[in-house]
Design a binder for this molecule. Structure first.
Ligand code: FE2
Ligand code: FE2
Length: 238
């Protein structure tokens, strides 16, 4: 029978995979869900956005940096997959063909400005997710978040810098068009309001914030990026 954590109970400090095996079922299942979700989404994002973008990048310099982004995103998958293997998760659970990736990756990438917008916005969303794991009660996840964070920050900055360059080159309409089409699918990335999974993650000290809090933070920061830094408009969400 699983033990349900309540906010009043002491959250564990779990330092290794071996210690994880001794935790209550609810804790182990919650850790597995987080690890699987990161492993699948890092892989799928690398396959549908980062690797194809190398071809779309307009200059050797942009191609070089895009290669770096693609390499790092594949590496994020490799790291989460290695942790998954260590804690005994079946490989099939991390295969994007079996586990459906998030809708944020459902966008069909066709142009370089679209890729720059995706990196500026979606990787910012990813930063918030990784940030939430920095104090995770399962230390191997906390450690993964700490090594991944500087790279996610580089990806978001890559997107912002190339968007600014496009705007300077007179391509603001293309950046605006990509924002108009991509931004509306991003708030769903943070999951449902009042999510039961999120409540379990917080009760066990695996995550810190509610989905609503993260989404609000994201919307505030993206509004600032698009309106203040880019001088463009954020489409109104329905
Ligand atoms: Fe990543
Ligand atoms: Fe990234």
């Amino acid at each position: 029978m699983s033990t349900t954590a309540t906010p009043a109970m002491k959250v564990p400090d779990v330092k290794t995979a071996a210690e994880l095996a001794r935790q209550p079922e609810e804790y182990r299942v919650a850790v597995e869900k987080i690890v699987v979700s990161h492993a699948v989404n890092e892989l799928y994002g690398a396959q549908v956005f980062d690797e194809p973008a190398i071809k779309l990048a307009p200059t050797p310099y942009a191609k070089w940096l895009t290669c770096r982004v693609a390499m790092e995103e594949y590496h994020h998958h490799v790291r989460f997959k290695a942790l998954a293997d260590e804690i005994g998760i079946r490989a099939q659970r991390m295969d994007p063909q079996h586990k459906r990736p998030l809708s944020i990756f459902g966008f069909e990438l066709r142009t370089w400005p679209e890729f720059c917008v995706i990196k500026a916005i979606a990787d910012y969303a990813e930063i918030l997710q990784v940030e939430d794991l920095l104090h995770c009660s399962f230390h191997p996840l906390r450690n993964l978040a700490r090594v991944t964070m500087p790279e996610e920050k580089f990806h978001a900055k890559f997107g912002k810098d190339f968007c600014l360059e496009l705007i300077k080159q007179g391509k603001a309409p293309e950046v605006q068009d990509a924002i108009d089409r991509y931004f509306p699918i991003t708030p769903g990335f943070f999951g449902a309001n009042h999510s039961k999974n999120n409540e379990i993650y917080r009760n066990w000290g695996l995550k810190q914030r509610t989905n609503e809090e993260m989404r609000q933070d994201f919307l505030m920061r993206v509004t600032e990026l698009v309106e203040k830094d880019f001088g463009l408009r954020l489409p109104v969400l329905n």
